[in-house]
Design a protein. Structure first.
Length: 156
């Protein structure tokens, strides 16, 4: 190799290194300007702790029900504040609440490859639904113990 080729390759490598360093510096400065310097991901333990905190809400009036696939909402007008529980299963997730001993399914979302069938959203003594896939089925039945939703899962 001659000197001219070595200088050309060396200049190209130097330009790439400078561009990468500049890109990283700009990305870091923009990231901290947007999110703040104290933002960091949660550890697995912090996530578990945050998910374990019960949430109490006062529902807004109105009833909304949807037969469309995906998340579905159902609310009872004028109900008292309640504890909400998120239940995650292999077939999907369900959000349930209890008010005066009556359970209501607030939303349900099937996992990928699953669909929802046989929904009994309540309010009632028991609420249930099935998540069905081609060769699997997960049935969830929920009832209240006090004002806390308790579930039973049956998978086939």
């Amino acid at each position: 190799m001659n000197l001219r080729t070595l200088l050309g390759v060396g200049g190209w490598v130097a330009a790439v290194v400078v561009a990468m360093v500049a890109g990283v510096a700009v990305t870091n400065s923009l990231g901290s300007a947007v999110t703040g310097a104290d933002v960091r991901p949660l550890s697995a333990e912090e996530v578990r702790r945050q998910l374990a905190i019960p949430v109490t809400v006062s529902p807004t009036p109105g009833v909304v029900r949807s037969a469309a696939p995906g998340p579905t909402m159902a609310q009872t007008p004028g109900a008292a504040p309640r504890e909400i529980r998120v239940i995650a299963t292999r077939g999907g997730s369900v959000v349930a609440s209890c008010v005066s001993g009556q359970v209501s399914l607030l939303s349900w979302t099937p996992a990928q490859g699953y669909q929802v069938d046989d929904v009994h959203a309540g309010p009632d003594d028991r609420a249930k639904l099935k998540f069905e896939a081609e060769e699997a089925e997960t049935e969830i039945e929920i009832h209240c113990e006090g004002d806390r939703p308790v579930f039973r899962e049956k998978s086939d």
